[in-house]
Design a protein around this ligand. Structure first.
Ligand SMILES: Nc1ncnc2c1ncn2[C@@H]1O[C@H](COP(=O)(O)OP(=O)(O)OP(=O)(O)O)[C@@H](O)[C@H]1O
Length: 900
């Protein structure tokens, strides 16, 4: 039940409770003093109050921010001089701004690479730097860090305009540099812009003046310099040339010079590349002032990354596509880049491989793509874990695709430098990678030698023939179905050949060594199309060899006339005689110019129309070249002759001059036709010691020739019966004067010669008449024969018709044999035929009566009778009078007149 109420005192429980209460109370009282939470709260309040006071105090004491920055900059600048390269391990070891360091750390860049270590300090000190280091060694940051620090140091604002200019050879590389800059420079307030073309110029022009750091390609920059009126670079502090050698290789040397001329002289210049060529040094001399050369891997054993495994395979041209396909099939989980020599190869093989579906995603990157597509492809390939990128050399420089396992060089690179850059797309910054170079047997020697000279360790590996998948048949099938693809294949074919032809190193690239039909087949084409420019080039080469021969002749080693026929010389002489002197002066220059223009034209990466244009251009040029070479050959001949003529002139004196050019010309002419050596004539003249200077007439020259009894070249042909016919010089056919001729002494009797000619003329005319008559007779006989044949056919056809009618006959009326002609009746041939005709006619008529079986019977009869009549007239043989047609006509007219 209920518990008794406690009395209070003496109740131990209560007391106890009471104690507890007290205790509890005392606890409560003591807590505010010892509770850490409360204590903290109190401390916090106090601290905040204190802080506020301090802040206010500091605010009162604080320097302006710009002043603080300035002090920091001052401190940093002081430290630039103390930079000791050997002590630098991290970016933070450099005296860099907090903002830059923060950006680097956030992008996970802490430790410096060798090129960064060596160049950042120099650049911070304000020196011009020419930096070279292996691919993937971090050159981008080596110049981006100084870029940021320079503008920071100068406290650059958007109002100051353009402060730094970074020039890249390709749009992709410019874009990539821009992305890295955005990453590491995000804590700075500078504006950065990308000017690479492919976008609206006006849109770029509107923004260009607000940009502090401009990343651009050379062509587009120059366009802005020329066209954007308010664009200027007067405040420019720093110029960076990334992959400078490539910029120059791409033919931007003039553009670069023009750009540099537009820039202020007082600036800092940094120039970076993985390879340094002479042209870069030339550019450096132009644009860098007392530069510091930093070549970090100069003494390295190899010029390519140590982590890069490099091999090459020797393969015939027509096997290359199958090799590529087989390679991709066995590397489906890898990320690879395949380099080709031309856009058209990339375009065609990309399409074909997409159709073949090798089981890996394929992308294509080349200069013919639109800018947007190029960017898309670039980003897509960056993202992909396994894919293959078919690319031209626009992807060879500087691009930093992450985790590329393989670089395959499908077409031999132009030189060792291009090889290094292509292969360098893998094995970047401490990563591993593999490179495979496909070489044609003709390319091996030259290329491997070049690579070993440039310290590139490549070793040969063999293709496993069992793993080689032949895809030629598949390509043929694709092309048979798809006309567009076929045209692409054709363009690819031409484009590859052109790329080989344009290569400078002819030891490695010899277009004449390529097996064209096999290559065409490997592309899926049924036949190797005619490559006109190659044919013309070959022609030109032949002509050039002719010119060389001529040159040799000039030196007196060979005689050019031996390679030119007399007729050719005669034919061209008249045409070129006047122009010779002018052309002789200009030929050397124009030849060089032609070559240059040809190369320039070929250099264009063309579309179909351009290709045609190009071919036409080459055709024109070659025609010109051929002409020119002919002129050269001729002029050389004439030069030789002139030399000789001069020697004659010196003997003959002034009188020779009076005779003028004709005499010279004649002499040369005779010389060429008869193979006369004028030197000999000269010597002869000399030896004759004749002091009387006579005018050399044509007759006297001819007489001399006759005296010397030179044998004229003869042209002999065979008739169908195997008879020999002399065509040149024409042999005398008339018998007249022949005996006289035999009796003749030396020299020419002009009167007799004239007579003989007249006789010859008569004889020829007679012969000609006979020939014509014979021809006419032959023609008539042929006509007769054909008419006879026609008549026979007609008779036969009528017989068949009759038989058919008989077969089809409905009524049973019998054939009356009495209607047949009497076979015993004697008849002449003509009668026979005529009677036959009449009989046939009558018979037909009878038969017609018998065979009437349809409504059109009457009509048929009429037609058949008409036919018979016609045949009758046709079969009347013309009388052979044995006269010519004209004579026949005359005879007929005469007869008609006499009849009337
Ligand atoms: N200090 C660093 N720490 C870590 N990674 C770095 C550093 N510097 C550069 N890298 C990385 O190394 C890779 C190669 O750098 P970068 O593209 O600058 O090389 P590169 O020398 O310019 O090559 P290329 O000659 O091919 O243009 C990049 O992925 C970059 O992010």
């Amino acid at each position: 039940m209920g518990k008794p109420a406690s009395s209070g005192r003496g109740d131990p429980e209560t007391e106890h409770r009471g104690d507890k209460k007290v205790k509890a109370h005392s606890d409560k009282e003591s807590r505010p003093r010892t509770d850490p939470v409360l204590n903290f709260e109190r401390w916090k309040k106090k601290h905040i109050r204190k802080q506020k006071k301090m802040k206010e105090l500091r605010k009162q004491l604080k320097k302006p921010e710009w002043q603080v920055e300035r002090e920091t900059i001052g401190r940093l600048t002081m430290e630039y001089e103390k930079i000791n390269v050997n002590e630098i391990m991290r970016f933070s070891d450099f005296p860099l701004s907090r903002k830059t360091l923060k950006g680097l750390q956030e992008a996970q860049y802490r430790m410096v690479t060798e090129i960064q270590k060596q160049t950042i300090g120099l650049a911070l000190q304000g020196k011009d730097v020419l930096g070279a280091a292996k691919t993937g060694s971090g050159k981008t940051l080596a110049f981006l860090v100084p870029v940021l620090e320079t503008l920071y140091r100068l406290q650059w604002t958007s109002a100051d305009g353009l402060g730094v200019l970074i020039i890249s050879p390709t749009r992709e590389l410019a874009y990539q540099t821009f992305e890295v800059l955005r990453k590491v420079g995000k804590n700075h307030d500078f504006s950065a812009g990308l000017i690479i073309g492919g976008k609206d110029l006006k849109h770029e022009s509107e923004r260009i003046n607000q940009i502090n750091i401009l990343i651009c390609t050379p062509g587009r920059l120059l366009q802005h310099m020329d066209e954007t009126t308010y664009f200027h670079a007067t405040n420019l502090q720093m110029l960076v040339l990334d992959e400078a050698d490539r910029i120059l290789d791409m033919g931007f040397a003039d553009t670069m010079n023009a750009i540099i001329e537009n820039l202020p002289k007082k600036r800092q210049t940094l120039l970076f590349s993985a390879t340094q060529t002479k042209s870069v040094k030339d550019l450096a001399r132009l644009s860098l002032k007392d530069p510091a050369y930093v070549w970090v891997h100069e003494k390295a054993k190899y010029s390519t990354p140590a982590t890069l495994d490099q091999n090459y395979v020797i393969c015939e041209l027509h096997q290359k596509i199958s090799v590529l396909y087989s390679f991709l099939k066995s590397h489906l989980k890898k990320k690879s880049i395949v380099f080709f020599a031309s856009c058209k190869e990339v375009q065609y093989l990309f399409r074909v491989f997409c159709r073949l579906r090798p089981g890996i995603s394929i992308l294509a990157l080349h200069g013919k793509q639109q800018q947007m597509r190029r960017m898309e492809v670039y980003n897509e390939f960056v993202r992909k874990k396994s894919a293959v990128l078919f690319a031209t050399d626009i992807a060879a420089r500087g691009l930093d695709f992450p985790a590329v396992n393989w670089v395959l060089q499908f077409d031999c690179p132009e030189d060792a430098n291009t090889y290094i850059h292509r292969a360098g797309r893998t094995a970047r910054y401490k990563e591993g990678g593999e490179s495979l170079l496909i070489l044609l047997p003709s390319e091996v020697k030259g290329m491997v030698h070049q690579l070993s000279q440039r310290k590139v360790p490549v070793k040969e590996i063999k293709i496993n023939p069992e793993k080689l998948i032949d895809i030629q048949k598949k390509l043929e099938a694709f092309l048979a179905q798809d006309q567009d693809l076929k045209e692409r294949a054709q363009r690819c074919f031409v484009s590859y050949l052109r790329s080989i032809y344009l290569m400078k190193n002819k030891e490695v690239f010899d277009v004449n060594k390529l097996l064209l039909p096999e290559y065409a087949l490997s592309l899926g084409l049924a036949v190797a199309q005619r490559v006109r420019f190659l044919q013309r080039i070959q022609k030109t080469m032949t002509n050039e060899s002719l010119i060389n021969q001529t040159d040799e002749n000039k030196d007196g080693r060979k005689h050019v006339t031996s390679s030119l026929t007399n007729d050719e010389v005669e034919e061209f002489r008249a045409y070129f005689n006047e122009k010779m002197s002018i052309l002789q002066k200009g030929e050397k220059k124009s030849g060089e110019k032609d070559k240059q223009n040809l190369a320039n034209a070929l250099d264009k990466e063309e579309n179909g129309e351009e290709e045609k244009e190009l071919e036409e251009e080459i055709r024109q040029k070659n025609v010109e070249k051929v002409k020119e070479s002919e002129v050269q050959a001729l002029s050389a001949t004439n030069e030789t002759s002139k030399d000789k003529v001069i020697s004659v002139q010196s003997l003959d004196g002034d009188e020779e001059d009076e005779d003028g050019h004709d005499a010279d010309f004649f002499r040369v002419k005779r010389h060429n036709v008869f193979g006369l050596d004028l030197k000999e004539t000269t010597i002869q003249k000399k030896s004759s010691n004749s002091s009387i200077k006579k005018k050399a007439t044509k007759v006297t020259e001819a007489k001399k020739v006759m005296k010397r009894k030179f044998k004229v070249n003869t042209k002999v042909t065979f008739t169908e019966d195997g008879e020999l016919v002399q065509q040149w010089p024409p042999i005398q056919k008339s018998i007249v004067n022949k005996t006289e001729e035999e009796d003749e002494g030396p020299g020419i009797n002009l009167e007799k010669a004239k007579e003989r000619l007249q006789e010859e003329d008569k004889f020829d005319k007679e012969e000609y008449r006979k020939k014509i008559k014979a021809k006419h007779r032959e023609k008539r006989l042929k006509e007769k024969e054909s008419k006879r044949e026609a008549r026979k056919k007609q008779v036969k056809a009528q017989d068949e018709e009759e038989e058919a009618f008989l077969d089809w006959s409905d009524d049973n009326s019998e054939f009356d044999p009495s209607t047949l002609p009497d076979p015993d009746k004697p008849r002449s041939h003509e009668q026979t035929s005529d009677d036959d005709m009449e009989d046939e006619e009558g018979e037909t008529r009878k038969m017609g009566g018998v065979k009437k079986r349809n409504r059109n019977a009457g009509k048929e009869e009429m037609i058949s009778s008409h036919k018979s009549k016609k045949a009758k007239w046709e079969n009347v043989e013309p009388l052979d009078t044995g006269l010519s047609l004209a004579e026949d006509e005359e005879l007929v007219l005469h007869l008609l007149k006499s009849q009337s």
